[in-house]
Design a protein around this ligand. Structure first.
Ligand code: BGC
Length: 257
């Protein structure tokens, strides 16, 4: 039933990953997709210019003319990409937001992938309406993080790059990739993840923690066995769509639609 005549507030959300670039127009009032998601392989090498061309293809696919929100798996500060842990090194210090906006010919907001996922979880997912400190951890090739305080995102936290447990970074210790590539079984992985979450507890005293990334689909294999944490740990609600939805939300906020 149509409840009012207000126009749909829509933004094209795009999620840039190591193997695929996915997009869909998002109704930012509901988080719903307005058309079926479209995916294009990530070009190799995945330079800003090559990715710009893929974004243009996505824009053309949806015949899109409005604002675009886009994720990237690295630090994005004021539109500049400042790191490249698992992506092409040419992104370091690139004015990526401007490059991608020019490639699409549309207003475009670029943000960190885990920040986008976190925002989507707080607005539409597992942490909807929560006050206090929520941490979202995404376990994939790397470890991404989002910190949300009373519904406000504190961007670029990079908790996956904390030195942990001693002389390496956390994402080299307990990412989904580490589990997969080493053939680690669930108990050993859960133990590592538990130690890392205890470290986050010591440093940040979160009120709530969400685990996202592909591995969160198997949450029953590890979340129930986590011990000694003072906050609830839950799997992400939005699964693969969180980045697209979160980036669309941020672009809507910044463009005032
Ligand atoms: C990057 C983060 C990113 C995470 C997940 C890390 O290696 O430093 O910026 O959010 O991977 O993609």
């Amino acid at each position: 039933m149509i409840e009012n005549n207000e126009p749909v507030r829509a933004v094209l959300g795009i999620d840039i990953g190591g193997t695929g670039i996915k997009g869909a127009p998002v109704n930012v009032a509901t988080g719903e997709f307005l058309a079926e998601r479209h995916r294009i392989d990530t070009p190799q090498p995945a330079t800003p210019e090559a990715i710009g061309q893929v974004l243009k293809q996505l824009v053309d696919h949806f015949a899109w003319t409005g604002p675009v929100g886009c994720t990237f798996p690295a630090i994005v500060h004021n539109g500049v990409t400042l790191s490249a842990a698992n992506v092409d090194q040419s992104w370091i210090l690139a004015p990526a937001q401007d490059i991608l906006a020019q490639a699409t010919g549309l207003p475009l907001v670029l943000m960190n992938d885990a920040d986008a996922a976190g925002l989507a979880e707080v607005v539409f997912g597992a942490a909807k309406g929560r006050q206090g400190k929520t941490i979202v951890i995404t376990l994939g090739t790397g470890i991404g993080s989002a910190l949300i305080v009373d519904g406000q995102l504190v961007s670029n936290t990079e908790f996956g790059h904390l030195i942990f447990p001693s002389d390496e970074i956390a994402e080299k210790y307990c990412s989904a990739k580490v589990k997969e590539e080493s053939g680690m079984k669930w108990p050993a992985f859960t133990e590592r993840l538990n130690q890392y979450l205890l470290h986050l507890q010591l440093l940040f005293s979160p009120d709530f923690l969400i685990i996202g990334g592909g591995i969160s689909k198997k949450h029953e294999k590890f979340i129930p066995n986590l011990k000694g944490l003072r906050f609830p740990v839950v799997p992400a609600d939005l699964k693969n769509d969180a980045g697209i939805v979160g980036a669309a939300l941020e672009a809507a906020r910044q463009s005032g639609i």
